[in-house]
Write a protein that binds this ligand. Structure first.
Ligand SMILES: Cc1cc2nc3c(=O)[nH]c(=O)nc-3n(C[C@H](O)[C@H](O)[C@H](O)COP(=O)(O)O)c2cc1C
Length: 195
């Protein structure tokens, strides 16, 4: 099973609480599924530009030529070929860091991750499940605009099952951060066992 980890954490390594949760989930996954292969794309380390019209035109030509191995399509190809998707991102400004939106611009490729039909867009990605791992400084609740958007994006690209695991309130004075993270880790551990 090929798992794609879209690391949208902005702090370095273990300084990021979101990354701590993601690593914990991936470790659990490796324990229960020894054949599982994890590919990671660290968004902050990529030279990923937001799309402009010239890029759209260039990509249109690449798609027309069916040049699926073109470097411009590398993120979409990697996404389309994964069996499972893990996205980790902190809660920023009611959503997530903008690099994740830029990544989404890169993976929406007609003919690779979706195709247009007379009934609307049809997802072409192999993956059947995705988990979105989030931490938030304050209150988020059952869901938030960023999560709803991600869920819709993934569904459109063919990933039907979407689960969010979030550790909220972790910047609130007096909150026991370790306890909050431990609660989320427990949920993620149970999820890994059944994934
Ligand atoms: C730019 C920025 C925007 C943020 N926006 C929100 C927000 O809208 N609501 C909230 O509850 N916390 C917000 N936070 C706090 C983060 O969600 C919180 O610190 C999170 O745990 C950071 O995750 P990390 O340790 O993985 O970087 C924001 C933090 C930053 C740096």
């Amino acid at each position: 099973m090929k798992v794609l980890f879209v690391d949208s954490c902005m702090k370095q390594g273990e300084e990021s609480r979101t990354k701590i949760l993601c690593n914990s989930f991936l470790e659990e996954l490796k324990k229960v599924n020894t054949g599982c292969e994890i590919e990671t794309v660290v968004l902050k380390d990529e030279e990923m530009r937001p799309y402009n019209n010239d890029m759209v035109d260039e990509r249109y030509k690449i798609v027309e030529d069916q040049d699926w191995d073109h470097p411009m399509l590398k993120y979409a190809k990697q996404f389309a070929e994964a069996d499972r998707i893990v996205i980790g991102a902190p809660y920023w400004d009611l959503a997530f860091p903008s690099l994740l939106k830029i990544y989404i611009e890169h993976i929406f490729v007609s003919g690779l991750t979706f195709e247009a039909t007379d009934k609307g867009l049809k997802g072409l990605s192999k993956a059947d499940k995705a988990v979105f791992i989030q931490t938030a400084g304050g209150f988020v609740g059952e869901t938030d605009p960023g999560t709803e958007y991600l869920k819709y994006v993934l569904k459109t690209l063919g990933v039907q099952e979407f689960t969010r695991v979030s550790a909220d309130f972790i910047d609130v004075v007096g909150v026991n951060v370790e306890e909050k993270l431990a609660e989320a880790k427990k949920v993620l551990k149970d999820m890994a066992a059944a994934w």
